[in-house]
Design a protein around this ligand. Structure first.
Ligand code: MRU
Length: 346
């Protein structure tokens, strides 16, 4: 299952806005089309957004040459457009910055190749990171566990394996028995549409629940642990993820349920000391007043639609990254993790 692929000078996206009813692929040939696909949630999930945006910058550098434009300026312009599409996912800016660094270090005639090489490298590294997150995180999942997850942090949201769902997938591949509770995840139903679609393909047993059912399941002792993804992790370990994650984490603590966050290190933003500073995307009110494009609220009703919320680190039992598992004190652990990364890259 590949949500994003590079093929013959184009990016091919599996259109997630149409799943699970239609498996449609769209070809993206320029950064404007990529920006639109991101805004329309045809591609989504923080790591996938990073990969898509990186290819978007590469597409701009490539077409600049045939249009007789300076490839560096074209790449920088495209970067600004792509960066403005969805503000919460750290991976988006992280990947764009990596491509821009590569572009700035290349001579003019080598810029398109340098941009594409960096985008492909990010894609490949994220694939490997997913596997490692799965391997490390699976150790936290016991045989027979009942695991609750929110939104979709699977193959679709990443480079083809998954972060939170990658942990469950690896545990399942190791032969552990599992049952997953899947939050439907209003308003755009990534749980009902996408996580359910993925788990069914992998034959992992699951039950779909409305978001509001999670608390009573925990209280009844039916949930062994919670595993979710992240869009941005602040330096102190506060986590931004799909709206509805914070109440899950609070209820998990109240009920003694471990709450795990799985994310690649590109999600960590050490420049933000705490989660309150993470920009939270607000999306169109129509996503709340409608379900699957059908209005459910009376005409003219006002709605508030934050796409993410922030979970303070005191509710997080562990953060699983490809570089290792971090626990309290998060500020020290996350800084050490990225320092190791910088040393090994540099
Ligand atoms: O609005 P979305 O669907 O892009 O939100 C996705 C999430 O909140 C995911 O949990 C997060 O990006 C991690 S995906 C591995």
């Amino acid at each position: 299952m590949e949500a994003i692929a590079w093929s013959e000078g184009k990016v091919v996206l599996l259109d997630q806005s149409r799943l699970p009813f239609e498996e449609t692929y769209i070809e993206i040939e320029d950064h404007e089309a990529m920006a639109q696909a991101i805004r329309q949630m045809r591609v989504r999930g923080a790591p996938a957004l990073g990969i898509a945006a990186a290819y978007g910058v590469a597409l701009a550098a490539r077409s600049a040459v045939s249009q007789g434009r300076a490839p560096l300026a074209a790449a920088e312009e495209a970067a600004a457009v792509l960066d403005s599409t969805r503000p919460t996912a750290r991976n988006l800016r992280w990947a764009i910055e990596r491509v821009l660094d590569a572009v700035r270090a290349a001579p003019d005639d080598a810029i398109p190749a340098a941009a594409l090489a960096q985008a492909r490298r990010i894609h490949e590294e994220e694939r490997e990171a997913n596997r490692e997150i799965g391997r490390l995180g699976a150790a936290l999942i016991s045989d027979g566990a009942h695991v609750l997850t929110h939104c979709n942090a699977g193959a679709l949201a990443t480079a083809g394996y998954g972060t939170a769902l990658g942990v469950l997938r690896t545990a399942w591949e190791q032969g552990k028995r599992l049952h997953v509770f899947v939050d439907e995840t209003r308003p755009l139903l990534q749980g009902a549409r996408l996580t359910a679609w993925e788990l069914r393909q992998w034959r992992i047993p699951f039950t779909l629940i409305v978001d509001a059912a999670a608390g009573s399941l925990m209280r009844r002792g039916a949930v062994s642990c919670i595993v979710v993804g992240a869009d941005r992790i602040a330096a102190n370990g506060d986590v931004a993820n799909k709206v509805g994650t914070y109440p899950l984490a609070v209820l998990a603590k109240e009920n003694g349920v471990p709450f795990y966050v799985a994310a690649p290190s590109g999600t960590i933003d050490l420049a933000l000391p705490q989660g309150d500073e993470i920009p939270i995307e607000e999306r169109a009110p129509e996503e709340v007043t409608s379900v699957a494009d059908r209005r459910i609220a009376p005409e003219g009703v006002e709605a508030f639609n934050p796409a993410f919320d922030v979970t303070p680190h005191r509710y997080v039992s562990a953060i699983i990254t490809e570089r290792g598992i971090v626990r309290e004190p998060y500020d020290e652990g996350l800084a050490r993790l990225l320092a190791v990364r910088a040393a090994t890259k540099g």
